[in-house]
Design a protein around this ligand. Structure first.
Ligand SMILES: [Cu+2]
Length: 150
């Protein structure tokens, strides 16, 4: 009798823990980007990630709404997929190479950091107030808005 009870209890526990990982969980993550080109690039990469059922990126809020299968993927995996195509997230940042590969109009400000973001000791005008990408790190190709203030 005791054995049966233990078995039932164990089975219940397994059933509960299995339910914790939802097959279709709604999540939202912040993904840096600017335009409709970014939108399609971000959504395409999200859908390519295993376990992602739905993906929609909002150009206004920079928020990526997702429905994921938690048994197949997690937030960090998706953030890494975004970083791989050049879009920074809180959990994973793109390499300079990936970021520089973006179309000119897609070069967002790297507020999450990343290789190319402004260094703290940078004295360029464009970096004084807030962190701007492609400003300090790049030797030649400084943004026109930055260069004009010099
Ligand atoms: Cu874009």
């Amino acid at each position: 009798m005791k054995k049966i009870l233990t078995f039932v209890l164990l089975f219940t526990m397994v059933a509960i823990s299995a339910q914790e990982k939802s097959k279709s969980k709604k999540i939202e993550i912040q993904v840096s980007g600017i335009c409709d080109m970014c939108k399609s690039r971000i959504e395409k990469a999200a859908f390519k990630t295993k376990g992602v059922k739905f993906a929609e990126w909002n150009t206004e809020t920079k928020s990526l709404s997702l429905i994921i299968n938690e048994r197949k993927t997690d937030v960090l995996t998706i953030q890494k997929s975004m970083a791989a195509i050049g879009h920074d997230t809180e959990g994973a940042q793109a390499t300079n190479e990936a970021y520089n590969g973006l179309h000119g109009c897609c070069k967002y400000e790297r507020t999450f950091g990343g290789d190319d973001s402004c260094k703290k000791d940078c004295t360029k005008p464009c970096c004084k107030d807030k962190v701007k990408s492609s400003c300090c790190a790049s030797k030649g190709a400084v943004k026109t808005s930055c260069a004009s203030k010099k």
